[in-house]
Design a protein around this ligand. Sequence first.
Ligand SMILES: [Zn+2]
Length: 433
Amino acid sequence: MSTLIKGATLPDGTTTDVLVQDGTIAELGKVTTKAEQTIDADGLRLLPGLVDLHTHLREPGREDAETVLTGSRAAAVGGFTAVLAMANTSPVTDTAEAAERVLDLGRAAGLVDVQPVGAVTKGLAGEELAELGLMARSRAKVRVFSDDGRCVHDPRVMRRALEYVKAFGGVVSQHSQDPSLAGPTACCHEGELSGQLGLPGWPGVAEEVIVARDVMLARHTGSRVHVAHVSTAGSVEVIRWAKAQAERDGHWDVTAEVTPHHLLLTTDLLTGYDPTFKVNPPLRPDDDVRALRAALADGTIDAVATDHAPHARHDKEHAFVDAAFGMLGLETALPVVTTVMVENGLLDWAGVARAMSVNPARIAGLDDAHGRPVAVGEPANLTLVDPAAQVVVDRAASVSLSRNNPWHDRKLTGRIVATLLRGTPTVLEGALA
Ligand SMILES: [Zn+2]
């Protein structure tokens, strides 16, 4: 199988043909070799395949919301070649067998590399460590551990987890939410608006105190903390401070991600009580959004991660306080980043490649195959983007099983034209191949 990508523009701005053969990049420059299939990439950007550190695929347990297959389709359409599947399934991914099962489901789907995330604690209960070592040594080679959906709130448990994963170069991805500051019913940014709407508030400080604690634990243990879905300016300040300390003494290993929705959507969308906009952590005010954009631009935040959280209609269509948290994100991530960051001059395409492929691949330990430079001999995990296309999002057009799409009817710039997984097109002309 060979594919010739004709006249693509690389992240650094150079234009080249790319011949893909037997899963790898075989030739660059002016290619005259014949290929079985040619993609005209005039005016298109060729990026390393996108990598998502934070995807909820819902299988096993909630196959009415998403399966590994349907989530893989959404990922491929979104330009992703690898996704990290969060552990809060039913049963929870807290054993080697459960992790291998997710890995195998991903391989059977064959559209994107599905890398399971292991739970930090058994059943996400926050008390007893899960089988971290067995998951790491399994066929799934788990390196990222997270109780996402819940916070590892006991500092002693967090410390032990960090010490444990250090032995095999693992990382704990923390859902930072102090459970007593943001109580069980908290569902909206705590501020003037939550008061007016009569919704239980989720104050930014509930995130910030956990981020601050965890960066200190990262220093103490010499292990790696990844801050999932950063949502406040205060968290950004803590991470920026920790990274500045790391530059001086090297003992801090802290990385962070931001979601596309926290880069664009704000808390005032909740005035209509539409549960589509209910997400955890909640949408925040303008000041936080501006700080998140600046932090992604200057590298304080390493990666964009979708927190793709599909929900069946009967879990979302409730009164706001009772509806499930979460929104779709895989298919729209790149267009949102293009609209918010590229069009506003905050990131160039090399910056997009770093935030959506190179850095997440490195954080997840997938950088032998993903987030690689477009160079001869490298695995052909690639994404072709039309940077100027403008598309109005239609939730009915999604390949996800769910419809909780906060971008419905919104005009976004940037469209995925093609995705290649190890040289095989999974998406062509914007649709599943
Ligand atoms: Zn989370």
